[in-house]
Design a protein around this ligand. Structure first.
Ligand code: ZN
Length: 156
């Protein structure tokens, strides 16, 4: 079994304790999207504004475990000021990183060398790579991203 220190890496705790872009924008005019993960009790509330092509402001509300809230915080920093096309690419890359080991035995993913390589620089999000060793937590990490995708779909 991999150690918890792999999962709760320092950078994850930093985002959990000092979440970026925390709050809520007035909706409307901001778009609003919510996500809920009943397996863990995680809740994410996204409010964001766009100018038609770019996310101009984004705030994160809600509560939950450190993985879900850190992922939401990292996501907010990664997508703010980006075009929706770029955001969809980042989301795809992140979800690919999170799903690569789905269905495999945990023992096989112990070796860091077998962890997926991603083409886009994900910055702090790379810290969540270790979550794939804990399949039950993957939904925590992807929750805010799924909320963002559905929010983008509704905004278009
Ligand atoms: Zn969770």
């Amino acid at each position: 079994m991999p150690g918890l220190e792999d999962l709760y890496r320092e950078i994850i705790l930093d985002h959990y304790r000092n979440p970026r872009n925390r709050g809520e924008l007035e909706s409307p005019p901001a778009h609003r999207s919510e996500g809920f993960n009943p397996l863990c009790g995680d809740e994410v509330v996204l409010t964001f504004t766009t100018d038609g092509t770019t996310i101009t402001d984004l705030k994160i509300g809600g509560q939950g475990c450190s993985i879900s809230q850190a992922s939401a915080s990292m996501m907010s920093a990664a997508v703010l000021g980006k075009s929706t096309a770029e955001i969809r690419e980042i989301t795809k890359t992140f979800k690919a990183m999170m799903s690569i080991h789905e269905g495999e035995m945990a023992a096989e993913s112990d070796d860091n060398a077998t962890l997926p390589q991603v083409e886009l620089p994900l910055g702090d999000l790379e810290a969540l790579r270790g979550v794939v060793k804990f399949p039950v937590r993957i939904k925590c990490a992807t929750l805010p991203w799924n909320a963002l995708l559905s929010g983008l779909d509704e905004a278009n």
